[in-house]
Design a protein around this ligand. Structure first.
Ligand code: PLP
Length: 377
């Protein structure tokens, strides 16, 4: 089965990881600091905190933003459930706001209409790798006294009007799961444009432990003493995995370029198939494409999915609207809430996309899609 996404591991990646095994540091050590600096360099120079997954990054970012009970968090529904569940776990009330029908990204007008006096975070998702409409979203969040969080699990390496992902929102979260644009096996990061958010993220990643005597409540307890001022968890990314991340980052530009090439090849091969719609790109966006979200317009998405799977093409559907998950349905969220997200989902099919996919593979997948719709060669 040709997968829809797959990591690209080089011999340099293998060497970087095995080198760490021979050092004193397996978990938090010099490779983590270096990875955070390397990430910062591709994220507009802003501080990065490495954590154990994209989900942990969301949990850490919402915690750093002070999200808690009695607060509202506006979330785009066309996403992996973690964008919403991390806020819900902190006790916040999640308010879903619809997406734009072209990109599948949070629609600024819908986000504005969803704001309340208790909104603390507006969370958009760079769906498929296409950056969010950051300027109006940041402006409306700021006006409401809220922060803009960008779930960039799909989009590290992308730019929006020349500005890199990481520079667009107050908080940006990344995922390094193997299917994503670069990998640390499991891993993620939080990029913050403010020092206080970075400090909050670092604290939450490490149990909230305070080691600085100048701010400890009981500094005279002894030289061994460390104390907790706010709850946190252990979301520390090991050095072993951070080394893989730094090695992968040296190829991020090449990964992004190859992903764009494959995207363009699918676009060209499917342009004249009237039963489908190829992905939209807004002016000013240079996406780091994570997905190729084809849209099937004639109601036969499931049939095409099953046809391609039967031909060993590992297509995927991304995503069921987050509030369709029973955990949200049981809380009273109803279908029909965000019509654009629901229509997008009903049409969406992710074709295989990863850097090591060959042109011949792309052509074979496109030919099967054409064959399905009766557009033979
Ligand atoms: C993958 C993903 C996550 C979660 O990342 P993990 O590293 O798998 O925990 C969150 N949001 C989006 C949009 C994702 O695609």
């Amino acid at each position: 089965m040709l997968p829809y996404g797959r990591q690209s591991i080089s011999s340099a990646d293998v060497e970087a990881v095995t080198a760490v095994l021979g050092t004193d540091w397996l978990t938090t050590g010099p490779a983590v600091s270096r990875f955070e600096e390397d990430l910062s360099a591709v994220c507009g120079g802003h501080r990065a905190v490495a954590v154990t997954s994209g989900t942990a990054a969301l949990h850490v970012a919402y915690a750093a933003a002070g999200v808690g009970p009695g607060q509202d968090v506006v979330v785009a529904p066309l996403t992996f459930v973690a964008t919403a569940s991390a806020a819900a776990l902190l006790g916040a009330n999640v308010i879903f706001a619809d997406v734009s029908e072209d990109t599948g990204n949070l629609d600024p007008d819908a986000a504005k209409a969803a704001l309340t006096s208790s909104t603390t975070v507006v969370a958009g998702v760079d769906y498929a790798g296409h950056p969010i409409d950051a300027d109006p979203l940041r402006a409306l969040a700021q006006e409401a006294g809220a922060l803009l969080l960008e779930d960039a699990a799909h989009s590290v390496g992308g730019t929006w009007h020349g500005r890199p992902v990481g520079d667009l929102a107050d908080l940006t979260t990344l995922s390094f799961f193997p299917t994503k644009n670069l990998t640390t096996a499991e891993g993620g990061a939080v990029v913050s444009t403010r020092a206080d958010l970075d400090a909050g993220a670092r604290s939450f990643r490490n149990h909230g432990l305070v080691r600085d005597k100048a701010v400890q409540r009981f500094p005279d307890e002894g030289p061994w003493h460390q104390e907790v001022h706010a709850f946190g968890l252990n979301y520390r990314l090991p050095d072993l995995l951070a080394a893989l991340g730094s090695s992968q980052l040296t190829r991020l530009a090449a990964f992004t370029a190859r992903r764009a090439e494959i995207h363009a090849r699918y676009d060209a091969a499917l342009a004249d198939v009237s039963e489908v719609r190829t992905p939209s790109r807004r002016e000013g966006a240079e996406p780091a494409w994570h997905l190729y979200p084809l849209r099937v317009l004639d109601g036969r998405r499931r049939e095409l999915f099953e046809f391609l799977r039967s031909r060993e093409i590992g297509v995927q559907v991304n995503y069921i609207p987050a509030y369709w998950h029973p955990v949200f349905a049981d809380l009273g969220y109803r279908r029909g809430l965000c019509p654009n997200a629901e229509e997008y989902y009903s049409q969406q099919l992710s074709l295989p996309l990863f850097p090591d996919l060959t042109d011949a593979d792309v052509d074979r997948v496109a030919a099967l899609v054409r064959e399905f719709f009766g557009h033979g060669e």
